[in-house]
Design a protein around this ligand. Structure first.
Ligand code: GLY
Ligand code: MN
Ligand code: MN
Length: 435
């Protein structure tokens, strides 16, 4: 993997030419008092270095005569390591992570200027750490104050995102291998969840069994807080309490996926707890499924990213009209976004090192065209939120629809000829979900 990190740095450095890029590691996050969450490296930092310790800074200076890749890290310190674990240290940063130079993080302010003073710009993404942001601006200010003496120095700061995130959007074979693995574990967990779900069990029991599988198979754990939402809980998009008893004749919506080696899966399935859809549940489910299948069919190279959402919206709106939940001409209903009370989110997102992965969705007026080796989710849904007031020109909502929430989500790889659904191993056809 070190060869791949190096190759990514080289690709990035080729694009920044005479600039210097600075990347900050993720901060450690406090759970409560002095107890911390498990550390999770910042995805940009990890993508370029594979280094997963906190309190680190990576500098890429392609124009520097000696050091193109510099790491500032926590030094080895026996007493600290006994408490918080192994540190690779300054020497390790060079030997194990290929840094051409490494320093203790405490020397950042002293050593950083030499990597900036000949650069024509600084590449940096303003992060959440305001103190760090401010410190960097101070460095810039000092370099500009002495610019006249040298006639060199960074005259601008540019965000690293547009260059780096375009790279991260296209997955390498090594990345795809990890995404297949994350998908396979998540598929297994979803299939097991469907097996054990029945009236009388709690939502959290299903969550626990799924997350047990995530860990048991070597995953890091859930890629995001698992949503196990029965009945009308499915109409709360980010429901994570997961503490309700499953009941007969209700649907169970599960949105859960595992992280494997920093790569994520993101799957949603909705199925009847007692093995049979009611007529209303089935009618709505078939619409969402059709929307998802048609949207997935749009995933192919050269198609605009927006066509996925547009396709889903059209099928969902047509379906709502057929059921009498919406009234009017489909085109007009879409234009006026009359579907929004029932479908309030987008149809997907990029997927990778982040669950909501980086990368643009639209270039101003022009579409972002799909390319091979991008991975995205396709996740349409319909939610008849109880007590929804219809728009003025729309019918009252028949109570028989109330509280039904459905989403179907798969992870889809763009291939050279079309797409491959990485999470196809979890059934979603009505006949497959009924017992
Ligand atoms: N589970 C997060 C999402 O579907 O976007
Ligand atoms: Mn998603
Ligand atoms: Mn999801």
């Amino acid at each position: 993997m070190q060869a791949e990190y190096r190759q990514r740095r080289e690709q990035f450095m080729a694009k920044i030419g005479t600039g210097t890029a600075i990347f900050r590691s993720a901060p450690s996050a406090v759970m409560h008092n002095d107890v911390e969450y498990a550390f999770r490296q910042d995805s940009d930092f990890f993508y370029l270095t594979g280094f997963n310790e906190p309190e680190a800074v990576a500098v890429l200076a392609p124009h520097h005569s000696e050091h193109q890749f510099v790491l500032f890290v926590q030094p080895k310190e026996r007493e600290k390591e006994v408490w918080t674990g192994y540190r690779c240290g300054v020497e390790g940063a060079k030997e194990l992570f290929g840094a051409s130079e490494a320093y203790p993080i405490a020397e950042l302010d002293e050593k950083l200027p030499q990597y900036l003073e000949k650069a024509d710009r600084i590449y940096y993404h303003l992060g959440r750490d305001r103190i760090f942001n401010e410190n960097l601006l101070k460095h810039w200010q000092r370099l500009m104050a002495t610019y006249a003496k040298r006639g060199t120095g960074p005259i601008a700061i540019e965000d690293t995102g547009p260059i780096l995130h375009a790279m991260r959007q296209i997955k390498s074979p090594a990345e795809l291998k990890l995404m297949y693995k994350a998908s396979a574990i998540s598929v297994e967990a979803h299939n097991y969840a469907r097996e054990i779900a029945q009236p009388g069990r709690y939502e959290y029991e299903i969550q626990a069994e799924m997350e047990r599988i995530f860990r048991l198979r070597g995953g890091l754990g859930p890629a995001y807080p698992s949503i196990v939402a029965s009945g009308s809980n499915a109409c709360v998009l980010h429901y994570i309490e997961n503490n309700r008893l499953l009941q007969d004749n209700e649907l169970l919506l599960i949105d859960a996926g595992c992280a494997y080696d920093y790569y994520n899966a993101d799957i949603t399935r909705t199925f009847p707890v007692s093995g049979k859809f009611t007529a209303e549940q089935k009618a709505l489910y078939e619409i969402v499924l059709e929307a998802q299948l048609q949207a997935i069919a749009q995933v192919k190279p050269g198609n605009g990213y927006n066509t996925i959402h547009d396709t889903a919206v059209r099928v969902l709106t047509e379906g709502l009209v057929e059921l009498g939940i919406l009234k009017g001409e489909v085109d007009k209903l879409i234009e006026e976004q009359k579907y929004k009370p029932f479908y309030m989110h987008r149809t997907g997102h990029w997927l990778g090192l982040d669950v909501h992965d980086v990368g643009v969705y639209q270039h101003g007026e022009s579409a972002q065209l799909l390319q091979p080796d991008q991975v995205l989710t396709v996740e349409p849904g319909l939610y008849i939120v109880p007590d929804t007031k219809p728009a003025e020109d729309q019918p009252e909502i028949d109570p028989r629809w109330s509280g039904i929430g459905i989403r179907i989500e798969d992870d889809v790889l763009v291939t050279t000829t079309g797409n491959e659904v990485l999470t196809a191993g979890v059934p979603k056809l009505v006949a497959e979900l009924e017992k």
